[in-house]
Design a binder for this molecule. Structure first.
Ligand code: GTP
Ligand code: MG
Length: 391
């Protein structure tokens, strides 16, 4: 087994890492350049070969038989192969993990040789430059956007968790309306994939939000691909093929409303906990890879569990334990506060630990008017801040 393959399988990123965030951003950008001229037009492309010109059979060692097997497994492009995991691929190809890892590395090498993804290491200033080109999507409330330092980010997994009625699904519905808006208006000019595990998606609510915001509701509704999932296996299957759906719908935002509800309901007993956590782990890792590689924003919502043994502070904690907590890039806790809602940044690699207030009205998530905040935050970058220091 080559060192590269071992490094890939053991996850030693410095040796032969899966495509880095920067690699992938470059590749996705190149793809966008050829498919959607509205996206990130300010970024220069270093690519010399258009990604769409690359065939899966251009990958070293992939002949017609393997290509056919890959296609059957839903892997139709070099990009799809570059982002898959060796474990998954070995099952799909009925092969050893070593040969699956070798295919993945060859796919990444092809992308690298074609200048579609960059070298493993980039300098920090180049990484910063790339992060500045990242897309952000407004939540509909400027106060909440400020908490998130500009809105929901691509290449990241943002988790909203809180008790029932705290506004998780309402934020998701609002994002459906804002994502379609032009980048300069706080949107991402993109489609949205909405995965509904709790049966709470309401297109009429999105329509109402879009109308109230003065947006073209027909255009907004046409941009949302909704999938109602019925059980945990169905959800895992959808996540497995998410890369394909992201491409098909030109989506920059994927929402999974109720990420673990189905797994929780189906894996009830303690004896099945390890199995449940293992399956959740696989799914969450796939989601993180997709967010990075396809340069998309992923928003998940999560329930809270009551912890009656907590004497101080809020007696609630997010479901899914450390697994979901460690997978999410940003975690925002929501709670009701009278008529309004409080959002608290609980975990982030770079956001300050702070909280803010917002409300839910006909515009979805919105700023609280009495505090002198704009009536329509999408498309309006300046405004009063309602962020408070945390208690
Ligand atoms: P669960 O999914 O049950 O865990 O809760 P959630 O956090 O997803 O709650 P959701 O986002 O659905 O919020 C529901 C609350 O939003 C309701 O109790 C209402 O207070 C508010 N809400 C929902 N729709 C509307 C609406 O059309 N207008 C207004 N003003 N408020 C709404
Ligand atoms: Mg909900």
């Amino acid at each position: 087994m080559s060192d590269e393959v071992v490094a890939y399988m053991t996850g030693e990123r410095g040796k032969a890492a899966p495509a880095s965030v920067e690699d992938v951003e470059e590749a996705v950008r190149t793809k966008n350049d050829t498919t959607n001229t509205n996206m990130n037009t300010n970024i220069e492309s270093e690519a010399t070969v258009p990604i769409l010109d690359l065939e899966i059979q251009d990958i070293e060692g992939v002949g017609p038989t393997t290509a056919k097997k890959l296609k059957e497994a839903g892997i139709v492009s070099v990009m799809d192969l570059a982002v898959t995991s060796a474990e998954e691929l070995s099952v799909d190809l009925n092969s050893s993990k070593e040969s699956a890892a070798a295919f993945i590395i060859s796919a990444q090498k092809l992308l690298r040789d074609s200048n579609l993804i960059q070298k493993e290491f980039v300098t920090a200033d180049a990484a910063l430059e790339k992060r500045r080109s990242m897309l952000r999507c407004s939540t509909g409330s400027r106060a909440l956007d400020e908490l998130l330092l500009g809105g929901i980010e691509t290449q990241a997994l943002t988790e909203f968790y809180g008790e029932f009625g705290s506004g998780k699904s309402q934020i998701c519905h609002t994002l459906c309306a804002t994502a379609r808006q032009p980048i300069e208006s706080g949107g991402m000019d993109s489609g949205v994939i909405y995965i509904d595990t709790e049966g709470t998606f309401r297109p009429e609510r999105v329509e109402q939000i879009a109308r109230a915001r003065g947006l073209d509701h027909r255009h907004v509704l046409k941009s949302i691909a909704v999938c109602k999932v019925y059980n945990s296996s169905h959800l895992e299957l959808i996540v497995k093929d998410l890369g394909k759906y992201v491409n098909d719908f030109n989506a920059k935002l994927v929402i999974i409303d109720g990420i673990i509800s189905l797994h929780r309901a189906e894996f009830a007993g303690r004896g099945t906990l390890a199995d449940r956590q293992q399956r959740l782990n696989g799914m969450l890792h796939k989601i993180i890879r997709l967010a990075e590689i396809f340069n998309i924003a992923v928003v998940i919502t999560n329930q809270v569990l009551s912890s009656p043994d907590t004497f101080f502070g809020d007696p609630t904690k997010a479901a899914g334990g450390n697994l979901v907590a460690h997978s999410s890039t940003y975690r925002v806790y929501l709670r009701k506060s009278g008529e309004n809602r409080v959002a608290k940044m609980m975990d982030s690699p770079y956001h300050p630990y702070s909280d803010t207030r917002f409300t839910i009205n006909e515009k979805g998530a919105d700023d609280i008017e009495e505090e002198g905040i704009s009536k329509n935050s999408v498309g309006n970058k300046k405004g009063n801040k309602s962020t408070t220091t945390t208690d």
